[in-house]
Design a protein around this ligand. Structure first.
Ligand SMILES: CC(=O)[C@@H](O)[C@H](O)COP(=O)(O)O
Ligand SMILES: NCC(=O)COP(=O)(O)O
Length: 255
């Protein structure tokens, strides 16, 4: 049964710990399989240009071993396109990347890069890869996603998470409204809505409660929690927080 709100677990930071020593453990693929056993509906992995965490070999192994959809996060480059076309994951999410960033700092400027994104998205769609655009909850970006015929957008929740973290309730509420409005606008235009970045047990509820949101991609917080309670429990607890926020339709099947 396909849940009305899916959880994609991002395993990037298992690879961060592994790469700290350059060895083979902890293995991100083992983490992915454990997360699936604990209730993850999909696995997300970000193959960054600098390979600071997930490697090409990780993607190859995930592609072979996963029994749930793999969502490959990738920069809009020829190198990443050719890797995506080689592995043909269930989905590819186009994200912005800056070498000097510690983590993703915002959504991709789809509105300003239509000409650059269109052929890449067409090639991925042609190969049967479901394309999503990681964007800000901004009507201009939603309009660009519609123009580009993106089947999915993933709304960047990082600003919402940051504002909640600094206890700026008013600004956090404004950002939550921006996210809810963007989700409604995208869904009204036939685009499936996902969301992610910076989500935790404490802030996931209002995002999970946005009715048009179909998938949350969550990683860093879950891997951090796993250090204390284990990955299975951290995934199960996040799943529970999402279902509590979503209410009774959480387990409802959707088309
Ligand atoms: C696009 C996004 O918000 C994350 O999925 C991304 O993977 C963050 O980058 P790091 O995992 O390198 O922090
Ligand atoms: N696209 C968001 C994602 O995959 C995970 O982001 P985070 O939870 O690691 O911040």
């Amino acid at each position: 049964m396909s849940r009305s709100l899916r959880l994609g677990v991002n395993i990037d930071h298992v690879a961060t710990v592994r790469n700290a020593r350059g060895g083979a453990y902890p293995d991100p693929v083992r983490a992915a399989l454990l997360a699936v056993e604990a209730g993850a509906d999909g696995i997300t992995a970000h193959l960054r240009e600098d390979r600071r965490h997930i490697t090409d070999h990780d993607i190859a192994r995930l592609s072979k071993q996963l029994t749930v959809p793999l969502n490959l996060e990738m920069a809009a480059t020829e190198e990443m396109l050719s890797i995506a076309l080689r592995h043909r994951p269930h989905a590819a999410c186009i994200v912005p990347e800056k070498r000097e960033e510690r983590t993703t700092e915002g959504g991709i400027d789809a509105a300003g890069q239509r000409e650059r994104l269109a052929p890449m998205m067409a090639a991925l769609a042609q190969a049967g890869v479901r394309v999503s655009l990681f964007i800000e909850p901004d009507p201009r970006q939603i309009e660009a996603a519609v123009h580009l015929r993106a089947p999915v957008v993933e709304l960047h929740t990082g600003r919402y998470a940051e504002l909640g973290g600094i206890q700026d309730a008013e600004l956090a509420a404004d950002e939550l409204r921006r996210l809810a409005d963007a989700a409604a606008l995208a869904a009204k235009n036939g685009i499936e809505v996902h969301a992610g970045h910076g989500l935790t047990y404490d802030n996931v509820g209002p995002i999970a409660a946005i009715p048009q949101v179909r998938e949350l991609n969550i990683g860093h917080f879950l891997i951090g929690e796993a250090l204390f309670v284990g990955l299975a429990d951290s995934v199960r607890q996040m799943r529970g927080a999402m279902d509590d926020a979503r209410g009774p339709e959480a387990e409802g099947a959707i088309g």
